[in-house]
Every structure is written in C-alpha cells, then in structure tokens.
Design a protein around this ligand. Structure first.
Ligand code: B12
Ligand code: SF4
Ligand code: SF4
Length: 232
C-alpha cells in the first residue's frame, strides 16, 4: 500500500521512473572512490539515516538539451535540469514523514548503482545508466527511509552488447568501457575549472557558452547512444 502511494506521489509530480532498493542490498557493495572535486568515498546508508530499511530511487527524463544547463553562481554551479528532482525528492520525503516514517535525502551514495538495483537500466559503456526507453537521458535522486518497502528486481540485461558508439564519439577520449576519466571529460574539466586551455577548442564546440556565467554541458556520449534518442 505505502509503496503504491509513494510511487503515485512521485509519478504524479513528474517522475519518469520510481523503484525501491533495500538498504541491505546497496550496503553490500563496497565503498567507491568518487574522484573529481569530491575526493572521498561513497557512504553506507546508515551513516546518513540510522535504522534505514529502504531506498526510494527516482529517475527524471531529460527531454530537452536545455536541461543540460550549468550556471555559475560565485564559486558554485547550479543545474536547472536537476531542479525537478529536488521537488520530487521533497514530495516523497514529505509523503513518508506524513505516514510517520523517517526520511532523508541520499547523498554520497552511488546513484548509478541504486538505479541498476531499482531496475531502471544497465551500467552502460558510457558509464551512465541506460534505460531501454529513455537511454542515458535520465537524472537520478534517492530518498532513504526506515519504512520497509518491497524491493524491485535489479536490471540484469546487457543493452550495450558489442556497441561502442559512445566511446568513439567522445571528443577527448575520456571513456573506456564502463569508465569515465573525470580529468579528461569536458563536463568535469569545465565545472572544476581546471586544465581548460588544453581543450579549449573542444569546449567551444561541445560546451557552448550561453551567457557570461552559463554553458551547456557536453552531451556527445548520450547523443551517440542507440537508446532514448528517438523521442528527443
Ligand atoms: C562525480 C560525478 C561525475 C564526474 C565523474 C564521473 C564518474 N567517475 O563517475 C564527472 C564530472 C566527469 C561527471 C560527468 C557526467 N555526469 Co556525473 N556524477 C558524478 C556523481 C556526483 C558521483 C559519481 C561517482 O560516484 N563516481 C565514481 C564512480 C566510480 O562511481 P559509480 O560509477 O557510481 O560506482 C559504481 C560503478 O563503478 C559500479 N561499476 C563499475 N564498473 C561497473 C561495470 C558494470 C558492468 C556495472 C554493472 C557496474 C559497474 O560499481 C560502483 C558502485 O557499486 C554522480 C551523482 C551520484 N551521487 O552518484 C553524478 C552522475 C553519475 N552524473 C550523471 C550525469 C548525467 C553526468 C553527465 C552526463 C553530465 C550531466 N549532464 O550531468 C556527465 C557524463 C559523463 C559520463 N559519460 O559518465 C548522472 C548519471 C545519470 C545516468 N543516466 O546514469 C548522475 C547519477 C547525477 C544524477 N543525479 O543524475 N559526473
Ligand atoms: S560528457 Fe563529453 S567529454 Fe565527457 S565522457 Fe561524455 S562525450 Fe566525453
Ligand atoms: S552508445 Fe552503445 S555502448 Fe555506449 S552506452 Fe549506448 S548502447 Fe552502450
């Protein structure tokens, strides 16, 4: 009953995908080093919410390139394409709390691993979760709760097969199968504001500047994918 209510809340608020992962399952995976500007390991769920039982995972479809906007605000960046996820997670959190459960936002947890466990898609060679309908064009968020919710079935199909399109189109060779080098990826370089001179031509081509403080993030490894591009 509660799972259905939570799912309906998220879908009615604009979510494209909703799934449940048990806390025990996600915590059975080892901590992963998150490079880039984070420079730390992923957390176990009970470091964020004690007595946690379940994770509600939410996917939001990126239906237009403009949702790949990055805007500088002082030393930080804001990403309007991710704003709908803030609303969705807030709605789910409030729903759980109104039923008497604890709920907290998932941060420093592998959202890609959660999405695969929630049944959204497979870990693609472009290092993104690929959904059969939306391809890599999904953005992810999750809410941790002490409510016991029935877990969904993990996604096990291999959607990539022999395809390597994404690896071939990356303008800076940042991809190896299932791996992205954050020191080469244009998205990582531009947002971290490091080594930009070396790739200024590629940045100009694939990360177009829209205003004094904003640009679109590179989408080449998503556009190359055979999944999810037909309806965009
Ligand atoms: C740091 C980061 C980056 C860095 C580094 C990326 C990296 N090394 O993963 C940079 C800046 C380069 C980056 C770029 C982008 N990112 Co980013 N990024 C993140 C962030 C904040 C952390 C990711 C992380 O922990 N990386 C470390 C790696 C090693 O961890 P992991 O891949 O999650 O860990 C699992 C895998 O390694 C898995 N695994 C390893 N090998 C294999 C092989 C197989 C077959 C399987 C099944 C699993 C598997 O095991 C690990 C855990 O169990 C997440 C948000 C989050 N909290 O998860 C977003 C996130 C991964 N990014 C995302 C996106 C969309 C992008 C960009 C498209 C930019 C954009 N528009 O936002 C580009 C795409 C570049 C690319 N091709 O990957 C989305 C992914 C959505 C999706 N469909 O998968 C996330 C989840 C953000 C979100 N909230 O939606 N990102
Ligand atoms: S976002 Fe662009 S630079 Fe980064 S891995 Fe994908 S194609 Fe390469
Ligand atoms: S382009 Fe091909 S190899 Fe890359 S993620 Fe999509 S299906 Fe997989």
């Amino acid at each position: 009953m509660l799972k259905r209510e939570i799912t309906e809340t998220a879908i009615n608020s604009g979510a494209s995908l909703v799934g449940i992962v048990s806390a025990q399952t996600i915590d059975s995976f080892p901590r992963t080093w998150v490079g880039w500007t984070v420079q730390d390991y992923t957390k176990k769920t009970d470091e964020i919410l004690p007595e946690i039982r379940s994770v509600v995972v939410i996917g939001y479809y990126v239906w237009d390139d403009m949702l790949e906007l990055a805007i500088r605000k002082g030393e930080n960046w804001v990403y309007p394409g991710y704003f709908p996820l803030d609303i969705l997670t807030l709605k789910v959190k409030e729903n759980l709390q109104s039923e008497g459960f604890d709920a907290a936002y998932a941060h420093s947890i592998s959202l890609k691993r959660l999405a695969q466990l929630a049944g959204f898609g497979n870990y693609g060679k472009n290092s993104l979760i690929i959904n059969p309908t939306y391809g890599p064009w999904i953005r992810l968020a999750a809410v941790l709760t002490n409510a016991e919710l029935e877990a969904d079935t993990p996604f096990t199909q291999d959607l990539c097969g022999k395809c390597e399109q994404c690896l071939e189109v990356c303008p800076v060779g940042a991809l190896a199968p299932f791996e992205v080098d954050d020191k080469k990826c244009l998205v990582g370089i531009n947002l971290a504001n490091s080594n930009k001179l070396k790739v200024q031509n590629e940045l100009a081509k694939h990360e177009p500047v829209l205003s004094r403080n904003s640009h679109l993030m590179c989408m080449q490894c998503q556009k190359a994918c055979k999944y999810g591009n037909r309806q965009r």
